[in-house]
Design a protein around this ligand. Structure first.
Ligand code: FAD
Ligand code: NAD
Length: 471
């Protein structure tokens, strides 16, 4: 043992859940130690949200320039663009470095003790941390004792047992740092990662085929909402193989064997295979099982205050299961920090917005019409197409719509959905209106700036009231 540290709050994992909890706890005067085995910022900053959105931007710019090299109605003519992939990846890495460096600085400024190393749980108040010493050898473990332990170890990609990661079979982490582009990429899973990265690779000029077990893409969202995404993928030339099983790698390694519905098994040619069939909580391999916490499969079960079944042990973020989203992890982190500092807090959000950064984007907060009906609610809805929005026309982004769902009796807004270019930014307005208990009239009678795509939000509320102006 190379020494021991005593603290009030010990956080395992420096992702968006863990680092936000650490900063908030330190702001409130709680002595805090944060242990991170890989890199501060976790999945989100290093191999998730940020790098994927950076590459999506590169692909969008490249694709727009390609359009200008053809017959652009905007009257812009340019030569066919070239992609310097190494530079694109370096630009993406630069953003990651700036942000992770920023997190390190914030933690330092708040006097959080950051320990680089892998934590191993000894008991509910004790953790041993092993750091890599010189020449990559593990140094002697450091013991940390705490009053409160916060588990924020995140998640990892699910592998297909018959097609494990390695060689041609890659995860999102590999797909975010390509050295060269494959000619043909097969993607297993038409969820968030499969489609966000599928669009990137397709816009870079790669032949992309997506294989999905369910009968539609993005099955977590409602069918109407994903139709414009489906149409856009088709227009981009992405091959969509729905209701299709993946059987394994082809024998010659030149692709994957698939079983489409109602037809013969066949080989889908590909020189790389991105497996994106979901993520699982990282709850194994560091002694967590010794705490005998109540679990929900691999996820740690928590109550509405993020407490686990053991006194003084808290859990947040992807480790606690769906929805595995960075902003949920951050909000839970703040919630726990404030409770450790003695405040009364609960984690009971009215809505956790979700965005899929495809082209067009999809954004939701609260209930869809079907979910409202399932909840036994008598609901009304208002839909406003972006085709009737002036700003959307000037941005060449008229595919899509905004939909609001509200209670029929008192017009309380219970859900929002939108699909369209740039609509991810609606997440703020959607979540705020639900969290603040807005009624349709509140949104309908708020003056929205013209010309903005946000006017479609107001018009959706007006339409639900039967008062839409521009349709
Ligand atoms: P993580 O970010 O996974 O952090 C956990 C940290 O704990 C890691 O740094 C890990 O090294 C560390 N750790 C684990 N075990 C130990 C141990 N024993 N000792 C020390 N350290 C340990 N979400 C969104 O909201 N929006 C997006 O656009 C989005 N895009 C994504 C794109 C991709 C490609 C991926 C993979 C994910 C994306 N996500 C997105 C999901 C998001 O990244 C996660 O929801 C979020 O990072 C979860 O935060 P967390 O703090 O719970 O865990
Ligand atoms: P996902 O759950 O979004 O999608 C997985 C897809 O794979 C589903 O459509 C599922 O039906 C399909 N699938 C599962 N097994 C299959 C099989 N054997 N063959 C064919 N299809 C199969 O998972 P993901 O795309 O891996 O992303 C993981 C998580 O990361 C997400 O759930 C989300 O929490 C997070 N994430 C969020 C964002 C964002 O917020 N924009 C972006 C990326 C990732």
């Amino acid at each position: 043992m190379s020494g021991s540290v005593n603290t009030t709050l010990l956080i395992i994992g420096g992702g968006p859940g863990g680092y936000v909890a650490a900063i908030r706890a330190a702001q409130l005067g709680v002595p805090t130690v944060l242990v991170e085995g890989a890199s501060l910022g976790g999945t989100c900053l290093n191999i998730g949200c940020i790098p994927s959105k950076a590459l999506i931007h590169v692909a969008e710019q490249f694709h727009a320039l390609q359009a200008y090299a053809g017959d652009s109605p905007l009257g812009i003519r340019t030569r066919a663009p070239e992609l310097d992939l190494a530079r694109s990846v370096a630009w993406k890495d630069g953003i990651v470095k700036r942000l992770t460096g920023g997190v390190a600085t914030l933690l330092k400024r708040h006097k959080v003790t950051v320990i680089q190393g892998w934590a191993h749980i000894v008991d509910g108040k004790t953790v041993d941390v092993t750091s890599e010493g010189a020449k990559g050898k593990a140094g002697a473990p450091q013991r940390i004792r705490c009053e409160h332990m916060l588990l924020a170890t995140g998640s990892e990609p699910v592998a297909l047992p018959f097609m494990p990661f390695g060689g041609k079979v890659i995860s999102s982490t590999d797909a975010l740092s390509p050295r060269e582009l494959p000619k043909a990429l097969a993607i297993v899973g038409a969820g968030y990662i499969g489609l966000e990265l599928g669009v990137v690779y397709r816009k870079f000029g790669v032949k992309v085929d997506v294989v999905e077990a369910q009968d539609r893409i993005l099955p977590a969202y409602d069918a109407e909402l994903v139709k414009p995404v489906h149409a856009s993928l088709k227009a981009l030339g992405v091959g969509l193989h729905l209701q299709t099983q993946v059987l394994g790698l082809a024998e010659d390694g030149e692709g994957i064997r698939i079983q489409p519905p109602k037809s013969e098994e066949r080989v889908l040619a590909a020189d790389q295979v991105l497996v994106a069939v979901g993520r699982k909580p990282r709850s194994r391999g560091f002694g967590l099982s010794s705490l005998m916490l109540d679990m929900n499969g691999l996820a740690v079960r928590v109550d509405d205050r993020c407490r686990t079944s053991m006194n003084g042990v808290w859990a947040i973020g992807d480790l606690t299961g769906e929805p595995m989203l960075a902003h949920r992890a951050m909000a839970q982190g703040e919630c726990v920090a404030e409770q450790v500092a003695g405040q009364m807090r609960q984690f009971v959000p009215q809505a956790i917005p979700a965005v899929c950064f495809t082209d067009p984007e999809v954004v939701t907060a609260g209930l869809s019409p079907a979910q409202a009906e399932k909840a036994g609610m008598d609901a009304i809805e208002g839909v406003f197409p972006l085709a009737a929005n002036g700003r959307a026309m000037t941005l060449e982004s008229t595919d899509g719509f905004v939909r609001v769902v509200a209670r029929r009796d008192n017009h309380l807004i219970v859900g929002w959905q939108a699909v369209g270019r740039g609509v991810s930014e609606f997440a703020a307005a959607f979540a705020q209106s639900i969290e603040m208990g807005a009624r349709l009239e509140d949104v309908a009678h708020t003056i929205h700036a013209h010309p903005t795509q946000g006017e479609a939000i107001q018009e959706a509320a007006l339409r639900a009231l039967g008062e839409a102006i521009h349709i």
